[in-house]
Design a protein around this ligand. Structure first.
Ligand code: DGL
Length: 270
């Protein structure tokens, strides 16, 4: 075997603050089914969305180091908050390709909008970082961009309250100004928000297209594997899970984010 095919046979590392990044893993399984996927959920330190950029960057470096030590050929930062604040640091520090969720989401929004009015929702840290605004402006400097942090959507999604009156009311309170602004495209800039897509779509109406960064990111991973000749040649892929707290809650609620049951996860020491 050549060293290139040995390298291509290595896994893809994916990390998030907890279960949310499983929405990205779900899309990766569909898009690159032949790859071995190693997922780390930093459940002991979840959530990231309310923490400072400095702290999230430190966590992101530690998570990436763990995956690189496992021999992965690529790292996917399957967390909007960590992608927003730590991507440049990770790319400068590690030799493997590091893919975040912000740029793919921004590209999809640009390809979708017709009236060039785009909304972005995410955690407090993601919105405060201005990451989506920068990525969107880099592609279209004249775009009108409206942003809103929706922190309560994270616990609602984890609770499984994706379509009830509490969630509808939260959507109405968070999204009223976005509906007023006349956007035709809304980026779901948080791993958890695709679970609430129906409620969000109902409130905003049929004129607003929702962008799921997870699906776009999976396409970017596929393209990068091809460009770097790192795709596995043949065979069925696999998924293994690591967490930083006891696995019970992760395996219990993970299935909702992954689309299929998460049977087991290995706890690592932090
Ligand atoms: N994974 C985070 C994100 O996409 C949401 C959960 C958290 O705050 O840690 O921003």
């Amino acid at each position: 075997m050549t060293s290139m095919s040995v390298r291509a046979d290595a896994g893809i590392g994916i990390f998030d603050s907890g279960v949310g990044g499983l929405t990205v893993l779900h899309r990766l399984r569909e898009t690159v089914p032949g790859e071995h996927l190693l997922y780390l959920g930093d459940t002991a330190r979840h959530p990231y969305g309310t923490k400072s950029a400095e702290v999230v960057t430190r966590y992101a470096i530690e998570n990436t180091q763990f995956l690189v030590d496992k021999g992965v050929k690529m790292v996917v930062v399957a967390c909007n908050t960590a992608s927003s604040v730590a991507l440049d640091v990770l790319r400068a520090r590690f030799d493997v390709p590091v893919i975040g969720v912000i740029e793919p989401g921004a590209r999809a929004a640009i390809a979708t909008t017709r009236n060039r009015k785009v909304g972005v929702i995410g955690t407090e840290a993601t919105i405060a970082s201005g990451s989506y605004t920068r990525a969107l402006r880099a592609l279209d400097p004249d775009l009108e961009i409206y942003t809103r942090a929706c922190p309560l959507f994270v616990p609602l999604a984890e609770e499984g309250w994706v379509e009830n009156e509490v969630t509808s009311q939260a959507a109405a309170l968070y999204l009223a100004s976005l509906r007023q602004s006349g956007i035709d495209t809304l980026v779901l800039g948080c791993t958890h928000y695709p679970l609430l897509a129906k409620t969000i779509a109902e409130y905003l109406g049929p004129t607003v297209q929702l962008i799921d960064s997870a699906a776009e990111t999976a396409r970017e991973v596929e393209a990068t594997l091809a460009a770097c000749t790192l795709a596995r040649a043949a065979g069925e892929g696999s998924a293994s899970f690591f967490v930083t707290d006891v696995p019970d809650r992760f395996t219990k609620i993970g299935g909702r984010f992954l689309g299929t049951a998460v049977d087991s996860a290995v706890r690592i020491e932090r």
